[in-house]
Every structure is written in structure tokens, then in C-alpha cells.
Design a protein around this ligand. Structure first.
Ligand SMILES: Nc1ncnc2c1ncn2[C@@H]1O[C@H](COP(=O)(O)OP(=O)(O)OP(=O)(O)O)[C@@H](O)[C@H]1O
Ligand SMILES: [Mg+2]
Length: 293
């Protein structure tokens, strides 16, 4: 069996995301035309799949007609609400970061700019096999998200959940990073050894529960995994049972192996950048300021 190039996109998605989808469907979505948030003046139009501890909805302001996304946490999750609010506030001020419009602490509700477009994973799913994105698009995404990582570093925010579900691609191909639900400040990330993030995009030091010496490096690895996935349909970490990292021991050579197996002709400098982002060693992994595009 080939390295995870052999697994098809649908299987990949099932493995990574079906757990959440199962829970969401078991829980059920309210009928879209009956839900309102009277205290806010927003009316819900549609629900997005989301984690079990919150609901995420597309909504329209009844007076102004503006579209927004409402992320509402269940009462028991008020700490999660408070965390996301604090980290989102810190992260504001970059065009490629989801804009926070307002918050309603009494309802544990975040009001976010609606980003028109599709999650990166859906953009890929809507393409013909082999699903990978054209290099020009990958380069654009890389440039924007590296800039976001530099911004987040300056604001002392570690996102912790960079994955194709949390990146929205707009029709003009601008991308927006969403979902700061797992974000932490760097000192907190250093002290935290929990396994957080999306399987397949998690840095090895997180998977292996090592002490996180380089907190921003965690996001760099996840971004590298996302770009590797978008361009080669592969990631170094295949996690069917959350069992550990399969290919990290191959080090930076893994990119060469993926590229050969894919048969795709990608520019050498891009492959070198991917290898530097996916360096299993967080202390030698490339830092966002060192990337020139
Ligand atoms: N601002 C937005 N504009 C458009 N769609 C959004 C926006 N925010 C969220 N979504 C959609 O809703 C989905 C779920 O939102 P989000 O990622 O914030 O919650 P979550 O993944 O359930 O949270 P968590 O990662 O904390 O479990 C996203 O994958 C995306 O499809
Ligand atoms: Mg998410």
C-alpha cells in the first residue's frame, strides 16, 4: 500500500470529520426559518456543521439585512465562549482573519463577519480527481496564511487548529482563517500538553505529547500539512485511530516521497518550503518571518 496518497479524499474526510458530523446529525439542526435570536435582532437562515458544544449559524440582521455568522455556545460551555472571545479579539486586525463584529456574553454568542465562499476541504471535494489545487492558487493561499501566522505571532496567538475546515476560500480566492476555539497565548500553549487540533494536521510534538518549546511552530506545521494536502493530497500524519504519527520518522524527506508518488510536477522551491514547514523538529522548523514569497 502506498503512503497515504492511496487513500481517496472521501475516505480521508470520513475518517477525520465523520465523528463530528455524526454527533451533529444525532443532535439535529433546528428548522432554519423558525429560529431567531430575539435579543440580538438576528434571524437564523441556515446551520453549519459544528462541534457538539456550540451551534454555528448563518443569520441575517432583521433591520439592516446584513449577513453574519452566529456562534453560540451552550451554557455549560461558557469558558469555551470566553476563551474564543478573548483570542478572537487579540487576533483582530488582519484581512485574512475572521472579523468579530460583536459578542453577547449573556447568550454566549459571537457575531462574526460572514465569509462568502467554501471551506478549503469543500473546494477540493468539488474538483475532479486528483482533487489537488492549481499551484497558483496554492501559492496565493500560502502567501496569505503565512502573513496571518506572522500577525498572530505578533499578537501572541497560537491558533492550534489550522485545518482545511477552518480556512474559507472566497470567490476572489482570498482566504480567511476562522475558528479560534482552541487558540491560546504562547505561554499557555507551552504549559499545555493536550492533544488538540485536527488529526492529519497536527504537529508531531503535539501528537507525541512533548513539552511545547516553540508554540508558534505548532501552527507552522499545521499550515505545512494543509498546503501539502492541498497540493499533493497527502499529509505526514495519518490518524485513523489517533494512534500516533506514522511518517514523521522519515523527516523532511517525506515531501520528496509524496511528490514522487503523486506524479505531480510541483516547483522545487515550493517543495523545499513544504519540507521546511514540515520539519519534525520544532526548533529547526522554518519560522513565518523567514518565509519569502
Ligand atoms: N465567518 C464564517 N463565515 C462563513 N462560514 C463560517 C464562518 N464561521 C464558521 N463558518 C462555518 O461553520 C463551520 C463551523 O464553524 P467553526 O469552525 O467556527 O466551529 P467548530 O469547528 O464547530 O468549532 P470548534 O473548532 O471550536 O469545534 C465552519 O467549518 C464553516 O463551514
Ligand atoms: Mg472549525
Amino acid at each position: 500500500m502506498g503512503i497515504n496518497m492511496g487513500s481517496c479524499l472521501a475516505a480521508f474526510r470520513d475518517r477525520c470529520f465523520s465523528f463530528w458530523n455524526l454527533l451533529v446529525s444525532a443532535w439535529g439542526s433546528p428548522p432554519s426559518d423558525t429560529v431567531t435570536y430575539p435579543e440580538t435582532g438576528y434571524k437564523v437562515l441556515d446551520m453549519y456543521p459544528s462541534a457538539p458544544f456550540c451551534t454555528v449559524a448563518l443569520a441575517r440582521h432583521e433591520k439592516s439585512g446584513e449577513l453574519v455568522v452566529l456562534k453560540r455556545f451552550h451554557a455549560i460551555e461558557r469558558d469555551s465562549f470566553a476563551r474564543e472571545l478573548v483570542m478572537l479579539r487579540r487576533a483582530q486586525g488582519h484581512d485574512n482573519v475572521n472579523c468579530l463584529r460583536a459578542s453577547w456574553p449573556s447568550s454566549h454568542l459571537l457575531v462574526l463577519d460572514y465569509v462568502e465562499g467554501q471551506c478549503l476541504i469543500d473546494v477540493m471535494l468539488n474538483r475532479e480527481p486528483p482533487y489537488v489545487l492549481p499551484m497558483k492558487m496554492v501559492t496565493g493561499i500560502t502567501r496569505q496564511l503565512v502573513s496571518v501566522l506572522c500577525h498572530l505571532k505578533a499578537r501572541d496567538v497560537v491558533h492550534n487548529d489550522i485545518s482545511p475546515e477552518n480556512i474559507i476560500v472566497r470567490p476572489d480566492r482570498g482566504v480567511v482563517l476562522i475558528d479560534f476555539g482552541l487558540s491560546m497565548r504562547s505561554a499557555e500553549r507551552k504549559a499545555d500538553k493536550s492533544f488538540i487540533g485536527k488529526p492529519c494536521f497536527i504537529a508531531p510534538e503535539v501528537t507525541l505529547r512533548k513539552t511545547i518549546e516553540e508554540p508558534f511552530s505548532v501552527d507552522m506545521y499545521s499550515l505545512g500539512s494543509v498546503l501539502c494536502y492541498a497540493s499533493l493530497l497527502a499529509t505526514p500524519y495519518e490518524a485513523p485511530f489517533y494512534s500516533g504519527s506514522l511518517y514523521h520518522h522519515k523527516g523532511k524527506d517525506i515531501i520528496k516521497i509524496f511528490a514522487e508518488q503523486s506524479g505531480l510536477k510541483l516547483p522545487g522551491d515550493f517543495l523545499t518550503l513544504l519540507a521546511d514547514m514540515l520539519d519534525p523538529n520544532p526548533t529547526t522548523r522554518i519560522a513565518c518571518e523567514a518565509i519569502t514569497l
